[in-house]
Each structure stands twice: as C-alpha cells, then as structure tokens.
Design a protein. Structure first.
Length: 210
C-alpha cells in the first residue's frame, strides 16, 4: 500500500470488500506494468491515484441492479465496483483482447460472480442490453462518451462518470446529445474517500422517463 496512506483507515473505508480490493491491487502492482495496464510511476501511488479514486464513484451507484463500466482497461473502476457492490450486476465493456484477458483473470482469481466481461466497443452493444447505471473513468470527453453511454441506459437510469477538474468545459459541447436522450442537467459531485486523499470529481446525469 502507498506509504503515505493509513492502512487502518483504508481497511475501514472498504469494510467487507477490503480483502478482495487488496487482492486486486496486489495483482495490479505485480503485473500491471508488465502487461501495459499502468505506468511504472503509478506503482508508488497505486491506492491513492487508482484504487481509492475508483472507489469514490461507488457512493453514487446503485447498490443493487445493473451497472456498466465502459472502457474498463485495467479494471478501474469496474473491478473495484464489483468488489464493493456484491449485490449489483457489473458488466465490464472493453475492446482490447489482452485487457479482457486480464479482467477475466481478475474476476476468476478474486472471486467476483457478479462481474461479467464483454469484449467490444460500447456502440456495438447498443440495442443488446441496458443498465441502471453506466460509468467510466478517463475514457473520452463528455460529448463522445455520452453518445456511447446513454443508449446503454434504461430510462430512469443514470450516467455517473469520473472526470477531471475541468469537466465544466465539457458540458456545453455535450448538451445536444444529453438533450436528445432527455437527460437532466449534469451535476458535478464530490467523491470523497478517506481523510488526506484528494476528492474525485464526478459528473452525474439521469435519463428521464417519458
């Protein structure tokens, strides 16, 4: 774990999911650089920059129901969500085969029966299935991401994205597609985890029911 973090505070934050989250973090630390999932400079701050950052979105996701993580990559935030929300059905959508192989290995090794990996681009699944929530981290600008994500939402479902501090500048270019899917005005939320760790910027919008 990162030297700057209090292990007891981290364990308390994750609660019952800590063992599985820690197992995932360990494997990411061991294999992540070798398999091209994270850069070498990320290892010393793996928990703060990636694991806790991903966990910050969980408070805004449904504890039950269905969640899609687009562009899951290394499993951030999808695997972390799967660990923390065992009663939710989590689908990881990832186009790259080697990353899907990694994700499937983690699902099997950690023991996440609530997590399924689907290889493909988001738009390939439009019309195939929908979910109660769609999330993504560091995938694309809001306008492009909305075009990929919103068709995967039930009416009444929510798009909950981990974004950077400059997310305000992404909203206006995305309004055309947000209006097309009758979404609520985007909210900028604060995703907090443990004391001393910088909060995460989260954008949420809901696809209105007719």
């Amino acid at each position: 774990m990162d030297a700057s973090l209090n292990p007891e505070a981290v364990a308390e934050f994750f609660g019952d999911s800590f063992e599985k989250v820690a197992a995932f973090a360990d494997q990411l630390a061991i294999q992540g650089e070798l398999r091209g999932l994270i850069g070498p400079r990320e290892l010393d701050r793996l928990w703060e920059r990636h694991i806790l950052n991903s966990a910050a979105v969980v408070q805004y996701l449904p504890a039950q129901g269905s969640i899609i993580d687009l562009g899951s990559g290394a499993g951030l935030p999808g695997i972390v969500i799967g660990c923390m929300l065992p009663d939710a059905q989590v689908t990881l959508v990832e186009p790259m085969e080697r990353r899907c192989n990694w994700l499937n290995e983690m699902v099997e090794e950690i023991g996440l029966p609530n997590v399924e990996v689907k290889r493909g681009r988001a738009e390939e699944f439009h019309g195939a299935f929908t979910a109660d929530a769609v999330t993504a981290r560091a995938v694309a600008a809001l306008d492009k991401l909305s075009r990929w994500a919103l068709p995967l939402l039930h009416e009444g479902g929510q798009m909950v994205l981990l974004k950077g501090r400059s997310v305000d500048a992404e909203i206006e270019p995305a309004m055309k597609v947000l209006r097309k899917y009758k979404c609520t005005e985007p909210e900028i939320l604060e995703g907090t985890t443990i004391e001393g760790v910088e909060s995460t910027t989260i954008l949420r919008t809901i696809r209105r029911k007719p």
